[in-house]
Design a binder for this molecule. Structure first.
Ligand code: ACM
Length: 550
């Protein structure tokens, strides 16, 4: 029955896909036009991957990068190390969110204890799954028939909780492999040999990101892994820590996931580069007004934003011709993607923007957008759970034009400093009339990793009727609404005329995403406004964009 549904789906998709000729008309196509799917944080059955392969093939994407291993589950059968899947593919909780929240190191008793037993289980009692080698071979040939190469990723040395749980002798601590032991490299050599035999792709990705231990050892460790990979006849891909944290061998291909400018430096040093800077290419983000969308990691990355992924045109022209800009990729990490339906929803139609740039098409954004709406409609018509692009709400309306108010341009004194990473426009941010977007990273929202304590100086005593502050909440990155906001109205001589308080609405405590105004109405003649915002017991971040005084 499943096969029949799949065949009907394929015929339907072939009818709605654009034809191959249009791809051939494009100039400056990138060799790698990819989608990365994280099958570790949540496991997706074979037919779900096949469906994404069909869609990719129909719209000019040609590389499926599978993030097969990570803390939350090892997803590929390795014959020499069966515990990787006997244990490491099955965890104690169905969703990543539940599992992560209860992990032992998240509790007070075990915080700081690096040697805990992660919560894995077995096939009878646990949640998850894995692909057998035969299944993966089948997927590889299914993809090949549709012009798609599958590139496997095996994380090293970090993001390896499941490896250490299965084979503690590989571990430096609960999360990272030991870079000093020969046995670690023997383990990796065995695993990669089996991987190379399953995937005919010319590349193997070995992670290399976000290692927090064994500082200084990683460059040599990555070179040892590189030798193994090259010995298997493959080229090694690493995340961009390979460049910024290590002096990497230029034969290593750099996948740029952080600062897009890193690409220029990598290419200058002779690396080939694949671009997937997270602020543009990560699909674990909201594609429309977050209220009403599936919970996401955070960020607002609609189709238009992804389309504008910065690929400097000179770099693009030069590097594609020299082969150094190998490609571009959308990535979906799946901490907040518990079902195949949400996976599909987050990918489509946004991955079309990556295809468009990778294909080097020259039509205008308006033309592309119109086409993408029709593609999303046709996908939905045949049962693909694509986002309804034609009914997009779009950016936060308040952010689209500046707001006029009595406090505009006035001086703010910070009794508690803002965080330097989220400083936005610095000291003028909260009275510059510019409101934040749906994205906490927009440098319009100012971030505080403490309670807020500021004084706004209106310059002279002025009639004030209300003070309104909007705060952001995004549970994923621990950005929370404040429990309370207090405003004290002070005279010229600093004497307090009145104080008022506004509390967080209780129903928003668990809201995955919220932008909530705290409005204090009190008619006063004041020069100074002393404003404090107190965090809830969860602590975390406070994000504020403007103090609107009327
Ligand atoms: C990554 O997002 N850590 C590559």
């Amino acid at each position: 029955m499943k096969k029949l549904i799949l065949s009907i789906f394929l015929v339907a998709m072939a009818m709605v896909s654009c034809n191959n000729k249009s791809f051939q008309e494009e100039t400056r196509q990138m060799e790698w036009r990819g989608v990365m799917i994280d099958v570790s944080r949540h496991f997706y059955p074979m037919d779900v991957l096949k469906r994404q392969i069909d869609l990719m093939g129909n719209y000019g994407l040609n590389t499926l990068h599978l993030h097969l291993t990570d803390a939350a589950g090892w997803r590929l059968e390795i014959k020499k190390y069966p515990r990787l899947t006997d244990l490491g593919a099955w965890r104690t909780h169905q969703t990543w969110k539940e599992w992560w929240a209860q992990r032992p190191c998240a509790t007070e008793e075990t915080k700081g204890n690096e040697w805990f037993t992660p919560a894995f289980s077995d096939a009878q009692n646990g949640f998850g799954g894995f692909y057998t080698q035969d299944e993966m071979r089948e997927l590889v040939s299914y993809a090949q028939e549709r012009g798609i190469t599958i590139v496997p990723e095996i994380e090293f040395p970090a993001h390896s909780e499941e490896v250490v749980a299965a084979y503690p002798w590989v571990g430096y601590n609960h999360a990272e492999m030991d870079m000093t032991k020969d046995s670690t490299y023997m383990f990796m050599a065995d695993v990669l040999a089996e991987v190379a035999e399953i995937f005919p792709a010319p590349y193997i990705h070995v992670g290399g990101d976000e290692s927090a231990t064994q500082k200084g050892l990683q460059p040599e460790a990555m070179r040892r892994i590189q030798k193994i990979v090259e010995g298997l006849g493959k080229r090694m891909i690493v995340w961009d820590e390979g460049l910024t944290d290590n002096p990497a061998d230029s034969a290593q291909i750099i996948m740029v996931w952080r600062n897009p400018d890193t690409a220029t430096e990598a290419i200058r040093l002779g690396h080939a580069v694949i671009m997937c800077p997270s602020n543009w290419c990560y699909l674990d983000s909201y594609q429309d007004r977050p209220q009403g969308q599936p919970e996401a990691m955070g960020g607002y990355r609609p189709l238009s934003h992804i389309y504008n992924v910065p690929l400097d045109s000179a770099l693009c022209a030069e590097a594609t011709s020299t082969g150094h800009l190998l490609g571009i990729q959308a990535c979906i990490f799946t901490e907040y993607v518990p079902t195949p339906e949400i996976l599909e929803y987050q990918i489509w139609p946004r991955a079309l923007a990556i295809a468009e740039r990778g294909l080097g098409r020259t039509r205008s954004y308006e033309e592309f957008h119109k086409w993408a709406i029709s593609v999303a409609d046709s996908m939905r018509a045949v049962g693909v759970n694509a986002f309804d692009l034609g009914n997009e709400y779009g950016e936060r309306h308040e952010s689209l034009q500046s707001v006029e108010h009595v406090g505009l341009g006035t001086k703010v004194t910070y009794n508690n400093p803002y965080n330097s990473y989220y400083k936005a426009g610095g000291d003028s941010t909260l009275t510059d009339g510019i409101c934040g977007t749906w994205n906490n990273n927009d440098q319009r929202w100012q971030g505080f990793i403490r309670d807020i304590d500021i004084v706004v100086d209106l310059g002279e005593e002025k009639e004030v009727s209300s003070v309104e502050l909007s705060f952001l909440q995004i549970l994923g990155p621990e950005i929370y609404l404040p429990a309370t906001v207090n405003v004290s109205f002070l005279r010229e001589d600093n004497s307090n005329i009145a104080s008022s308080e506004c509390k967080m609405p209780v129903d928003l405590y668990e809201a995955p995403f919220a932008v909530q105004p705290y409005k204090i109405e009190s008619v006063q003649k004041a020069r100074y406004l002393h404003i404090t915002a107190q965090r809830t017991p969860r602590r975390g971040w406070l994000f504020l964009d403007e103090v609107v005084v009327r």
